[in-house]
Design a protein around this ligand. Sequence first.
Ligand SMILES: [Zn+2]
Length: 263
Amino acid sequence: MEDYIVYGIVLIFGIMIGSFLNVCIYRIPEELNIVTERSHCMNCNTKLKWYDMIPVFSYIFLLGKCRSCKSRISIQYPIIEALNGIMYVLVFYFYGWDSLYSILISTFYCLTVSALIVLSVIDFRTNIIPVGINVFLLVVGIATVLTKYFESGRSTDIVLDHAIGFFAISLFLLLIYYSTKGRAIGGGDIKLMASAGLLLGWELVVLSFMIGCVLATIIHPIRMRVRNIGRALAFGPYLSMGIVLALFFGRQLIKWYINTFFV
Ligand SMILES: [Zn+2]
């Protein structure tokens, strides 16, 4: 199959999943059922028709307004949908689809990115990382390690690499958690770095934590000044950005670093 056809299918699929992510973002903090509940307008409660729920396109055709009450629909919906679609294309670009192994890995990383999008928006809004998302990431992590284990001819080194990843950052954060009595770091962040560590292996999880810290140090003070928000820092979005960047560019970054400083 031609590359652009694969990317097209992946993009459309990603956008459709993105539409489901919007549902998760709204319903998980409210503890509503994410499957059975029917979608409705947030303002007038009118149940949405199927043609009102076509990702991105419905928003454009309705000019961002509810069909019955004309109240504004949040721009967040099409943004999340488009973002998830683009991310899926990037995952397939970086991890490929030329074997069953690469298709599996690409699929697991697509699921990872989607979970991180939901986690980031919820953490950003509520300062809480729902435990269910971390459990989901843990399951994806276990599936990734098993896939790599069998692909590598049952290499225990790979399992060890990922098992160390599980503890590498999370133990360090746990230490900070207890020494500051939970003021400096949230339990959700610790679990996130444990799940991500299992998924990425120790090198990439250390890198993603460093990227997350750098991003938080740069962006958070600006947001504090511009938006006049408090000091409370939702760390999840920054850690998530670190994880995604490490997934896409981690290996090259580490190679560049070693070549520059150690050769
Ligand atoms: Zn309405």
